[in-house]
Design a protein. Structure first.
Length: 517
């Protein structure tokens, strides 16, 4: 059969015709399923993955981190504060409605109201319609990252999401961790339509017959996403043929995957930093910089990267990875148990104290094991840890309440820029602007805030990079958080599932382009 297909392909090419794979159905196992169908409810990797399947962005990144036109077919800078976008014509929403600039304006205004997204969109002050397929994005002064932010604009069907439900609720409302029209209904322009969804069990997607991107070679007709929390169980499902692709792959399972027949492992250098935040509002001891420094010195993150992550991670001393504008080559991991004990004594905590720790157990690779190892390390300097781990669906509502003294969080920079780490993780919390949205450490340094605001208006990239490096140095000196490592994204699939071309460092594969032989 393989020989026949090969001969057919050769004959077609000789005749000047193309050969494409037949439509395919696949099953994908992730560690967790999307918590909502609303693309603006939660800023997370799961939401972004869903958005790229069901919706489509104005622009998206390629594997090489270049910008690729999607629903916006072109754009140009009109002046220092304005970029004009041309929208692709002839695009249909799943409902059958036509995509126009009105939908982009509506989506932008909704994003500005989202607690999770308004921080990213703060520098963008307005999006105005020029005509049915043209719109302008206006910034607050000169802003160098408009295209980066545009990768987070997934136009929603304004007609579909307008009005009220049968029980009188606004269809456009954004409800965090609750039921809303948008969290259970969807109409996007993406390659897939949600056919059925049973939270925690499976989500079934089917190809959108009227998908605009007719040049895509993707041939997946039906895709079923199943959540399998345990890493070993995901691998077993792949090896037994129960699923066609899995993510993430635990470093503990790399050898097992590599030894299997007809199974391929894919990894990429990671830019998602895994950290612990130190909640200064819930535990007075954490207000003392010496205590925070002691905790950082007590955590052997190089050991975690080597032994728990099996080398599939790089120990971190800062937020920004190598290659990012703010990466500071002078900052190194600083495990030193003797130094940690000296700092605890100096701060008046020679006998230690008790703190609560919280971590997910199915969001990041080996997250629960990392938390357990960290708790054991802190016990060596007298800190007794009350650790709680929980599934992602239960973790985020608790994280949003900053419900522990130490909280694990991973962050991939939404704009692929160093400043984004600080904007969300370490800037002073501001509910109005969305800055510091995920800063459960309640760390606050007005000078840091001022510098980040300044870098957001700088087009001198060399000078901007130097300022961002200074930010990292200050966060390092003040032990604003506990850096662990940058996590390598990883996937595994049957050899006939060509995931190589669709995976990326952002860790949301473009399933619409997936080819299955």
């Amino acid at each position: 059969m393989k020989t026949m297909k090969s001969k057919l392909a050769v004959a077609l090419m000789a005749a000047g015709l193309s050969f494409s794979a037949a439509a395919a159905d696949i099953k994908v196992a992730y560690d967790a399923d999307p918590v909502s169908l609303d693309p603006h409810e939660q800023l997370s990797g799961g939401t972004m993955q869903l958005s790229h399947m069901v919706f489509d962005p104005l622009i998206r990144f390629t594997q090489d981190m270049d910008f690729e036109p999607r629903l916006a077919e072109s754009w140009e800078r009109v002046d220092n504060e304005t970029i004009r976008f041309k929208l692709r014509q002839g695009v249909k929403f799943h409902s059958g409605n036509d995509l126009t600039a009105d939908d982009v304006v509506w989506t932008f205004n909704r994003l500005k109201e989202s607690p999770d997204f308004k921080g990213i969109f703060a520098p963008l002050v307005a999006l105005t319609k020029v005509d049915d397929f043209t719109f302008d994005i206006k910034t607050d002064g000169t802003y160098p990252l408009v295209e980066n932010v545009a990768t987070y604009i997934f136009p929603m069907d304004s007609k579909f999401y307008s009005g009220t439900t049968a029980d009188g609720k606004d269809k456009a409302e954004i409800v965090k961790h609750g039921n809303s029209f948008a969290s259970t209904n969807q109409s996007g322009t993406g390659p897939f339509v949600v056919k059925s969804r049973e939270q925690g069990v499976q989500v079934q997607f089917e190809r959108f017959d009227s998908y605009w991107d007719t040049e895509s070679k993707g041939n997946v007709e039906n895709l079923t996403l199943v959540p399998i929390k345990e890493s070993a169980t995901r691998v077993a499902a792949l090896l037994s043929g129960g699923v066609d692709m899995i993510a993430p792959v635990s470093p503990n399972d790399y050898t097992r995957i590599q030894k299997a027949n007809d199974i391929e492992l894919y990894t990429m250098p990671g830019t998602r930093v895994i950290t612990f935040q130190l909640n200064q509002n819930s535990n007075p001891a954490l207000k003392d910089v010496r205590v925070r420094q002691a905790i950082v010195y007590a955590v052997n993150n190089e050991g975690i990267a080597k032994r728990i992550m099996k080398g599939a991670a790089t120990a971190a001393a800062q937020q920004s990875p190598v290659g990012y504008a703010g990466y500071n080559e002078d900052l190194k991991p600083r495990f030193d148990l003797k130094k940690a004990k000296e700092l605890m004594k100096e701060a008046g905590y020679e006998d230690g104290f008790t703190l609560t720790m919280m971590a997910p157990n199915n969001r990041y690779v080996n997250d629960d094991k990392i938390a357990q190892a960290t708790a054991a390390m802190l016990s060596k300097i007298g800190i007794k840890v009350d650790l709680k781990t929980m599934p992602k669906a239960q973790y985020w509502p608790e994280f949003d309440k900053c419900a522990a003294d130490m909280l694990m969080i991973g962050w991939h920079p939404d704009t692929e820029d160093s400043g984004n780490f600080t904007e969300f993780l370490t800037m002073t919390r501001n509910a109005e602007t969305g800055k510091g949205q995920y800063n459960c450490g309640h760390y606050s340094n007005p000078e840091i805030d001022k510098v980040i605001e300044e870098t957001n208006t700088m087009t001198d990239l060399a000078k901007r990079s130097e300022l961002l490096k200074q930010v990292e140095a200050t966060l390092y000196d003040e032990a604003a958080f506990v850096p662990l490592h940058w996590q390598d994204p990883s996937w595994a699939a049957k050899s006939n599932v060509e995931i190589g071309p669709i995976v990326n460092g952002m860790n949301f594969p473009y399933f619409g382009d997936l080819v299955v032989k």
